[in-house]
Design a binder for this molecule. Structure first.
Ligand code: SF4
Ligand code: SF4
Length: 379
């Protein structure tokens, strides 16, 4: 039998959480939204945590209606699965474009070439995930890497022949295993076209044993390789430019500018679920141990994080996807901005720019130069 008290508590917790993550309470500028649109997938990658489902009952159009309300400047169409398996995809993307014209990126797992062709006219960027050529990709993603290379070549030809303004990029999760074959992969993709940008990003979390930046030593090796490779090829890494040395944790600022949208169109900003759960867990432990003074201190800390200074100060799970924003806010020139600066170019009103500027200077970087935001201003 259900414990009625437990049910009430959970519902109350959910309500509190909904309030804390609502627009009323939590600043989010919605520069970018990751739309996790589907759980369907035709691959079974070794590192994937998705549940293996064969069908799903999702009203994608309703999700889109919810996204329209926040009108993110950039829409990252991705999934806990493969977006091209959604049959309405071309229509959904066309509707997003005609409704508020976001910059649209779609992530694709290297399959369904013909379906990708159908959505290309609605995209600004296509990111093909691939871990290496031949067997290297088979090992982790169960798909011959050479077939993915053919897929990339076909898409590149289609973009050229149709004169589409779509940027083609590859996404590679670099581990201690596929790193051995990274140069071969880079030469192969570069052979298709030197214009294809190759994102080579270390496996997360950064301190996982398979990550190429799990220790100071491996991190230095990866950084040296990256510096050399960047000079000759169109290669960029989200992490790896550690001016301050090895950093397994990061201070995330892009949490204020990015949100995740789940299958049902529900928004999931990073903050404040993480500290909320974290502090509650600590407090429960302390109460069990009868450490009541510490419990009070923890409650004060939680109040500070959730109410006074609404900020998730350190993220233990840095995410690759939009870390380029952090470098931008810190006023540092990161190669990522070469690609992503264009995403936000001329998409903001003066009012939006001023609001973001006030926030950046107050909460992130007091030295941030206003002029850096000028390219983002609508003409
Ligand atoms: S393609 Fe993506 S969603 Fe599909 S199994 Fe691989 S990692 Fe998971
Ligand atoms: S780094 Fe952490 S807090 Fe920042 S956006 Fe990613 S998951 Fe969220």
């Amino acid at each position: 039998m259900t414990n009625p008290l437990k049910t009430t508590r959970r519902n109350l917790g959910e309500k509190v959480n909904d309030f804390l993550t609502s627009d009323m309470f939590y600043t989010n500028f919605y520069w970018v939204a990751d739309w996790i649109m589907t759980g369907l997938c035709n691959l079974a990658c070794t590192y994937c945590s998705r549940e293996d489902i064969k069908t799903e009952n999702i009203d994608y159009w309703q999700s889109l209606e919810r996204i329209k309300k926040i009108k993110p400047k950039a829409l990252w169409v991705t999934g806990n699965g493969e977006p091209t398996l959604v049959s309405d995809l071309p229509g959904l993307l066309a509707e997003a474009k005609s409704s508020w014209n976001p910059y649209i990126t779609m992530v694709n797992n290297g399959t369904n070439t013909r379906r990708v062709f159908r959505v290309l006219p609605h995209l600004d960027q296509l990111a093909v995930s691939v871990d290496g050529i031949g067997n290297v990709n088979v090992e982790t993603r169960g798909l011959d890497g050479d077939k993915v290379v053919q897929h990339i070549r076909a898409i590149h030809q289609r973009i050229q022949s149709d004169g589409l303004p779509v940027q083609l990029v590859t996404n590679t999760v670099v581990t201690t295993e596929n790193f051995k074959w990274a140069n071969e992969f880079i030469r192969t993709v570069n052979g298709i076209s030197p214009d294809i940008v190759m994102f080579m990003s270390p496996l997360l979390p950064l301190d996982s044993p398979m990550s190429v930046v799990s220790s100071e030593e491996t991190h230095n090796r990866f950084s040296d390789w990256l510096r050399d490779t960047e000079n000759s090829y169109n290669v960029i890494s989200h992490f790896g430019h550690f001016e301050n040395g090895f950093q397994p944790e990061i201070v995330c600022h892009h949490q204020y500018f990015r949100t995740v949208i789940d299958y049902h169109g529900k928004l999931h900003p990073c903050k404040p679920q993480l500290p909320w759960n974290y502090h509650m867990m600590n407090m429960r432990q302390m109460v069990k141990q009868k450490r009541f003074v510490d419990t009070g201190k923890e409650a004060a800390k939680m109040f500070n994080t959730l109410v006074t200074n609404r900020h998730n100060p350190v993220c233990h799970t840095p995410c690759n996807c939009h870390s380029y924003l952090d470098w931008f806010f810190r006023g540092q020139d990161h190669p990522m901005w070469r690609v992503y600066g264009n995403v936000y170019k001329e998409r903001f009103t003066k009012k939006e720019i001023d609001k973001a500027y006030r926030f950046i200077v107050k909460r992130i970087n007091p030295e941030f130069p206003y002029e850096k935001l000028m390219p983002l201003l609508k003409p």
